[in-house]
Ligand binder design. Sequence first.
Ligand SMILES: Cc1ncc(COP(=O)(O)O)c(C=O)c1O
Length: 456
Amino acid sequence: MNDLERMDRHSHLHPFTSVSESRPSGRILTRASGMTVVDEKGRSYLDSLSGLWCVNAGYGNARITDAIAKTSRELSFGHNMMGAGNEYAVRLADRLLQLTDGVMRKVFFGNSGSDANDTNLKLARLYHRCRGEPDRIKFIARHGGYHGTTLATSSLSGLNGIRRSVGLPDPHYVHVSAPEIFTHVRPGRFVTEEQYADFLAQELEATILREGPDQIAAFVAEPVMAVGGILLPPRTYFSKIKAVLDKYGILLIIDDVVCAFGRLGHWYGWQTLDVRPDLVTLAKGLTSGYVPMSASLLGERLWRTLEQSAGDIGTFGHGFTTSGHPLAASAALANIDTLEQQQLLTRATAQGALLLETLLATLEDCAVVGDIRGQGLLVGVELVADLDTLRPFIEPGAFAAKVAAACLDLDLIVRALPDKDVIAFAPPLTITAQEIADIARRFAQAVKQVAKTITQ
Ligand SMILES: Cc1ncc(COP(=O)(O)O)c(C=O)c1O
């Protein structure tokens, strides 16, 4: 163990890491460029998850790093509270709204996806209170969804692992099924995606009626569920869900933390759906992860209601010291310029199709690969114990975790998703055809290697 590792073990409580282990042996990163990261021992890895689904513009982009350096010299801090403001936050708010083509009306800044979701939960409750419905304090999300780890978003998330050890979920957060086309649209289940979407909309309506329609503030969903399994919705899912929400006056919050800024080939993930959200949560790709920043986008009917109730609300009692920090806002502006000028949105669509195609070809003869799916550069490979029956492995997630470890041995970083045998890929949008070929080759080698140990 070298000095850095010893210091790390002694002092650092790592997020989402076993308390006893402190940190699994391995990578302490020291450098990164493009989609390659280098650890303290000088070993290079191909990072096919863009850090944590966030480095959309690629590592070490000079436009972004220069903007951060320049802004830190010119305006190292400038808050946005109590009538104050800073130029960068103003310009970024305006830019983010322009990219919505007039659909959204206002921007609030935060520091992480978790706190932006928390902000949106509060805004949804404020909206209903302004309309004379203060009892609307419940939220519906989907099983398996990840929305953060604040006290509220730990309950909002549909993952037991982040809730049970701290006595959650709070009963005001309820969950419905996430769309899992792969396991549900097949012989003996639903014949078409349309029928499956009808079923999910009926399930939502039954949940609303059970919980009390006049107590529910909002429904929260990602356009494509990322941590929950790279789950693409059936084509008509969101329009059917939205019709149910509208029937009961419930708001739609789109958690776009992973899907925005080109990940699905558009500025915002919700632009791939045929619905307009009331609130949108942004983080990660907003600055390509260079500096922490998140944002909440407020839709027309929500903003109109708040504006009309301005006298009653008085001061909006919410915010953070670093809301709209100049360094973060300038990183986000440079990031957006990069995505635009390097045409990384259209590139994500093209390279995403190539990644899918290459994985399909490379894994064709692999008996444990059940499904390869994706949209833009958000791709998942679902591994199964038996291809004919699509039977899952007995211990969910264990096989995929072994595959991810085998990939790491081959200098490839992938993400094995929690409680599922799904491997996720979300590389920087700058990914080249050569890097796609490398990912597919190393991944296929790892899957085949692990599959061999299972059947022996
Ligand atoms: C969809 C989604 N929402 C929210 C979050 C939480 O973001 P953060 O880790 O920045 O708090 C994440 C993080 O992975 C996420 O994937």
